[in-house]
Design a protein around this ligand. Structure first.
Ligand code: GLV
Ligand code: GLV
Length: 322
């Protein structure tokens, strides 16, 4: 039996699974992330063996120092940029995540965001709410169709792959992709074309979506220079991590109509927004909810619990990071 700290109540059956496996849980019952001080104080007083953590918990040297008894952090997320993986490795602490659980949810959401911009859904909604709708107008809110347009995927892992599948089967788009490694299944199954040079992809795409993990190599992957290479009609969609896009540069590009639009679920300094972002009409902003479906959150919960159950049963969890 292990003593596990759960940093915030998560939906799904995972917590019950941990209890059923005989583990003792202490759950942060506040409906907010703990502050760094609260988190460290809880860990240093609790003598925990494991932690079920969220992407809002910063897990760094200080946390590891506060919790020498903790041998495993099970992150309830696909991403793990909130954790100092190098330091964990040095100390022999196991970090696990939940890949695969939100693949379809995030892929569908990415396409919903792009369609929202292409069809100007939010602008139309706002127009009506503002009381401006006075009858059908042939010139009102002209959008675009995505049939036969080019969608550029940056990152062709599980989520990028599922986006490609939906686009190929349902939307008749041309798909191009860039990744650090080639994904031949994507080419064979969904007709995707590999772009070794990310800038070729950026120049050729009508819609660009980001599906990379955040690390030193992907921070500001979309910067001012690369935004300038985009088509004037391009739409950028980000459901990965905020810092992959230079938010100040994108605000300036949108203000100057350098591209058509930007739809994002994630922010550089979440939950803060770059100045000017929410005043722009050609953006769609959502509060980091791409994986917020009943199906995905249940699956994340099960996987995060299973990773801990396996670890404490002396087996290797299915999804170890690092
Ligand atoms: C959500 O952003 C995740 O990484 O699962
Ligand atoms: C998510 O599951 C990914 O690896 O893209």
């Amino acid at each position: 039996m292990a003593k596990i700290f759960v940093t915030r109540h998560v939906p799904g059956p995972g917590l019950q699974m941990l209890k059923d496996a005989g583990h003792e849980l202490k759950i942060n019952e506040e409906d907010r992330p703990l502050t760094e001080e609260e988190f460290n104080a809880e860990l240093s007083s609790g003598e925990y063996d494991g932690v079920l953590s969220l992407l809002t918990d910063k897990i760094d040297v200080k946390v590891f120092d506060s919790a020498p008894s903790v041998k495993v952090f099970s992150n309830y997320a696909v991403g793990f940029n909130n954790i100092d993986i190098g330091e964990a490795k040095k100390r022999g602490i196991v970090i696990s995540n939940t890949p695969g659980t939100s693949t379809n949810a995030v892929a569908e959401f990415t396409i919903a965001l792009a369609m929202n911009i292409a069809k100007r859904v939010d602008e139309g909604d706002q127009f009506i709410r503002d009381g401006k709708y006075k009858g059908w107008n042939p010139n009102l809110l002209i959008g675009e169709e995505i049939l036969n347009k080019t969608w550029g995927l940056i990152g062709a892992g599980r989520i990028g792959g599922r986006v490609a599948e939906i686009l190929h089967k349902g939307f008749g788009m041309k798909i191009i992709y860039h990744d650090i490694k080639r994904n031949e299944d994507l080419e064979k199954d969904f007709g995707a074309e590999f772009k070794e040079n990310i800038e070729d992809l950026i120049r050729e795409s009508d819609i660009i979506s980001l599906h990379v993990l955040l690390d030193e190599t992907t921070k500001h992957l979309i910067n001012k220079e690369r935004i300038e290479m985009m088509k004037k009609t391009a739409v950028l969609v980000n459901t990965s991590r905020g810092p992959v896009v230079d938010e100040v540069a994108i605000v300036s590009a949108l203000q100057n109509k350098k591209i058509r639009g930007f739809a994002t679920d994630v922010y550089e300094l979440e939950p803060s927004l770059a100045e000017g972002l929410k005043e722009l009409p050609n953006v769609v902003l959502t509060p980091h909810i791409a994986s917020a479906t009943e199906e995905a959150r249940n699956a994340m919960s099960v996987q995060a619990a299973e990773n801990l159950i396996e670890f404490f049963a002396g087996r290797e969890p299915k999804y170890i990071v690092g």
